[in-house]
Design a protein around this ligand. Sequence first.
Ligand SMILES: *Cc1c(COP(=O)(O)O)cnc(C)c1O
Length: 463
Amino acid sequence: MSTTTSAATSAVEALRLASKRAQKYATAVRSRRVAPSGAEIQALSRLHESFPEGPCDPREVITLLDEIGSPAAVASTGGRYFGFVIGGVLPAAAGASWLASVWDQNVSLRAMSPIAAELEDVLQPWICEALRLPEGSEIGLVTCATAANFTSMIAARHAVLARAGWNVEENGLFGAPPISVVVGAEVHASMLKALTMAGFGKKRLQIVDADSQGRLMAHKLPKLSPNTIVCIQAGNVNSGSFDPATEVCARAKDAGAWVHVDGAFGLWAAASPKYRHLLQGFEQADSWATDAHKWPNVNYDCGIVAVRDAHALRAAMTMSAAYLQAGARREPMYQTPDASRRARGVELWAALKSLGRSGLAELIDRTCRHAQQFASELRRAGFAVLNDVVINQVLVSFGSSEVTREVIRRIQEEGTCWCGGTVWQGKTAMRISVSSWATTEADVEQSLAAMIRIANDCRKAIA
Ligand SMILES: *Cc1c(COP(=O)(O)O)cnc(C)c1O
């Protein structure tokens, strides 16, 4: 009894302390510098010690983590982080995540966690509706879009080879009928990784030219067959552009080919009546990969795979053992490569429940509006915006590659905001991705002022 009491007391004390410190972080993150300073990164060396000989009080562990770790965390939840495509975390998702951590559920089988399995049941139609996917498409909750792309390719491999009379789960890939894979020239690196992990070597790919916005050109598609997998994207990671899904899917349907969509963030534009038209045709595909930790602002990690043919996903992801007894209802582990995993549906459900349809649409519209403001103010200040700003992504050049690289370096160092660099169609550019619910108009103005001041200084200094 006393052990139970002290264990409970100690858990509660650890939670209370973590809560207090996390609240302090969440308040300060709005006003602090975005990238940690050099000194704060240096201080991480304090963590290096030999493996401790004995135990340490949980409160001391949390205090140390907060004192050293919090200042060295990147303030991506604060509203002025525009690097990569990184969302913040919605309040309901952050709170749900604490509860989920205390629950510590394993969501492999429904018997292990009725609540986690039930939330996935609830989410399936919500996701299909939000992303405008065919009703009844099966979903799996994975770590990220790379894992979702990978899972989709395993399901596609199953279906395409089954049509050719080959059972890939029984016979493997060696000696199987050949599959050809078609991608656009602007395919995301994660899709290539997914394809290589799934057994499709890079030399197997047929690469279709892309246009000035990075869109695969449908009239350049090669001949498709039932043994083809075509990978298109909704939301180019640089420009935000969308491949011409209607044309691609029509061609693929005629040929009996499988179409996969990498829509890591762009797919969420479907949730907004204002931007939905960009997703025209994507609902005709066979599989989709997206992230909830990007635009919908669910905390890490949360990727989603969706497959029209639920059987293809399940056939590719099922494992069986005498002790893993499946019930009559959907079992989460039969839709993902993982068996044991955290109940990431908890935060996804909390985020979507707290937003609702209108809140999600408003989040998409607001972030796109901020991106438009970045583009127009930077143009007005005399800098070149390199892409058509169709959603939340802006590519800006501050002059020569040298100047642009230096501006990016100084912006990151100065700390008001954070943006990364890229090379877009041969030109060095800074990428601005507005993906966080926390970004306000004041954040945009403050960031613009810093960017323009730094860029003008740099132009003078280097030119
Ligand atoms: C971000 C992104 C990915 C990879 O996402 P992860 O969650 O990091 O695996 C894949 N494709 C596109 C288009 C992306 O924007």
